[in-house]
Design a protein around this ligand. Structure first.
Ligand SMILES: Cc1ncc(COP(=O)(O)O)c(C=O)c1O
Length: 414
C-alpha cells in the first residue's frame, strides 16, 4: 500500500462511513480535522470486534476472557508506543491531551518546584496547556513566562533563550505545531537551547497537531513529556496519551488514585504499582486503546511521510489560491514548508462565525472562533479566526470548493 499511496489517498473516502453514499454527509467538505478527524471503518470495526469477542475487565480476572482482554490492551499499548517511538511502559493512556496535561500539572504540584522558580510557555499554546500550567503557577506562586511569536507567527527564539538565561525555569512547555498559526516549531533546536541554558528544566511537548500528521519520534525529539489525543488521528474520542521518560515516570507521583494502580494497600498506607499502571487508576479504556491502535495501523499503512506530503501539497495550493483573494488575511507563516496541515484566516470585515455559517450553507465545515487560544488571538489583535484543516481524505477539489465558498462569503458581505 505504501508504494501506491497516491492512488490509495485518491480512494480513501470509501473507508470512511460518514462520507459513504447512504450517509447524509456524503458531500460534506470536512475541513475541521484539527478539532477532530473522521473515523475509518477499520477503526470502527476494531471496536465492534473488541466488544464482540474480547470484552472483560482486564487485569482483574483469572478467567480466559479477562486474560484475552488484558492481552488486547497490552498489545494496543505496544503498537502505539512503537508508533510514537517510546518504550511501552513510557506510554500512559489518558482520556486525551487535556487529561494528560492536567495530570502532569497535578503531579508536578507535589515537591517539584522551589519558591520563585518559573514555568515557561509560548503565547501560541492551546488553553489545555496554558490553563493547567497557569493554575499550577498561581497555586505555587511561580512565575509564568511567555515567549511571543512574531508577525509571521514564528516563535521568537532569541526571547526564549533570554528568558531561560535570566530566570530559574523548571518546566518548559510548547506546542509542536500550533493549532491556529499552523507553525511547526523547531523542537530539536528548542530542546538544545533548553538543555544548555536551563539543564534542570523538564520539557513538555504538545504534539496534538503533529502526531498522525508527520513522523514524530519521542526518542529522537528528546523531550521529557509528550501528549496527544487519539480522536484527532482517526481514533475514537476519550483516549489519548501521556508519554514520558521512564526515569521521570518512576519518580513522579500519580495523578489519579484507586483500583488497578496499587501494589499493596493497608488502611493507613498504599504502595503503587510499577509504571505504566501506577498512572492508570480504575478500569481502563480498552476499546479506546484498541481503536487507537487500529488508527495507528491505518496511518502507518499510508505512511506518515506520505501524509505529511499530502497535507503540505494541499496547504501550498490553498496559500497560493488565497494570494489572489485580497479580502483574506492569513494568520501564521506564508511559506508552506513552515506549516502543518491547517490555515487560519480572516475575511475582511466579516466575523469568523459568519464565514463558517455561509460556508456551511455550501456544505463546507470549517472551524470559527478562538480555537482555544484566546491569548494568541489577542496578541495578533484579532478576536477570532476561521480555520480550514486538512487530513488524509481531503483533496484538491476541497481546496477549490473552499475558495469558491469564500468568494461567496465576500460577495454576500460587500
Ligand atoms: C494544540 C492542541 N493542544 C491540545 C488540544 C487539546 O486536545 P483534547 O481536546 O483532545 O484534549 C488541542 C485540541 O484542539 C490542540 O489542538
Amino acid at each position: 500500500m505504501k508504494t501506491s499511496h497516491k492512488k490509495y489517498l485518491q480512494n480513501i473516502k470509501s473507508d470512511f462511513p460518514i462520507f459513504s453514499q447512504n450517509s447524509a454527509w456524503k458531500n460534506l467538505v470536512y475541513l475541521d480535522n484539527a478539532a477532530t478527524s473522521q473515523k475509518p471503518k477499520q477503526v470502527i470495526n476494531s471496536i465492534v470486534d473488541y466488544y464482540s469477542s474480547s470484552n472483560a475487565n482486564p487485569h482483574r480476572g483469572v478467567y480466559e476472557l479477562s486474560v484475552k482482554s488484558t492481552e488486547v490492551y497490552k498489545s494496543s499499548r505496544q503498537k502505539i508506543s512503537k508508533f510514537i517511538d517510546c518504550k511501552p511502559e513510557e506510554l500512559i493512556f489518558t482520556k486525551g491531551a487535556t487529561d494528560s496535561l492536567n495530570g502532569i500539572a497535578f503531579s508536578l504540584s507535589k515537591n517539584f518546584f522551589l519558591k520563585n522558580q518559573a514555568i515557561l510557555i509560548t503565547v501560541a499554546e492551546h488553553h489545555s496547556v496554558l490553563v493547567p500550567l497557569q493554575q499550577l503557577a498561581q497555586s505555587l506562586k511561580l512565575k509564568l513566562l511567555v515567549v511571543p511569536v512574531n508577525s509571521q507567527g514564528i516563535l521568537d527564539i532569541l526571547e526564549y533563550e533570554r528568558l531561560l538565561k535570566t530566570n530559574d525555569v523548571r518546566l518548559i512547555a510548547f506546542t509542536h505545531a500550533s493549532n491556529v498559526l499552523g507553525t511547526i516549531n523547531p523542537v530539536k533546536e528548542l530542546v538544545k537551547i533548553a538543555r544548555k541554558e536551563s539543564p534542570s528544566s523538564l520539557i513538555l511537548l504538545d504534539a496534538c497537531q503533529s502526531v498522525g500528521h508527520l513522523p514524530v519520534s519521542f526518542k529522537d525529539l528528546s523531550v521529557d513529556f509528550l501528549v496527544f489525543s487519539g480522536h484527532k488521528i482517526l481514533g475514537p474520542m476519550g483516549i489519548g496519551a501521556l508519554v514520558a521518560k521512564k526515569e521521570i515516570l518512576e519518580k513522579l507521583s500519580p495523578f489519579s488514585f484507586g483500583g488497578d494502580m496499587v501494589d499493596t494497600v493497608t488502611i493507613n498506607k498504599t504502595t503503587f504499582a510499577s509504571i505504566p499502571r501506577k498512572f492508570e487508576a480504575g478500569t481502563p479504556n480498552v476499546q479506546g486503546a484498541v481503536g487507537l491502535a487500529s488508527a495507528v495501523d491505518y496511518l502507518q499503512n499510508i505512511g506518515l511521510s506520505n501524509i505529511r506530503k499530502h497535507e503540505a501539497k494541499l496547504v501550498k495550493l490553498t496559500l497560493a489560491e488565497f494570494e489572489d483573494l485580497d479580502f483574506i488575511r492569513i494568520l501564521g507563516p506564508t511559506k508552506s514548508t513552515l506549516r502543518n496541515g491547517l490555515i487560519s484566516f480572516n475575511v475582511n470585515k466579516v466575523h469568523s462565525h459568519d464565514v463558517a455559517w455561509i460556508l456551511d450553507q455550501q456544505n463546507i465545515a470549517i472551524r470559527a472562533g478562538h480555537h482555544c487560544a484566546m491569548p494568541l488571538h489577542h496578541s495578533m489583535n484579532v478576536s477570532s479566526s476561521a480555520r480550514a484543516s486538512f487530513y488524509v481524505y481531503n483533496d484538491e477539489s476541497d481546496v477549490s470548493k473552499l475558495v469558491e465558498g469564500l468568494k461567496k462569503v465576500n460577495k454576500v458581505f460587500s
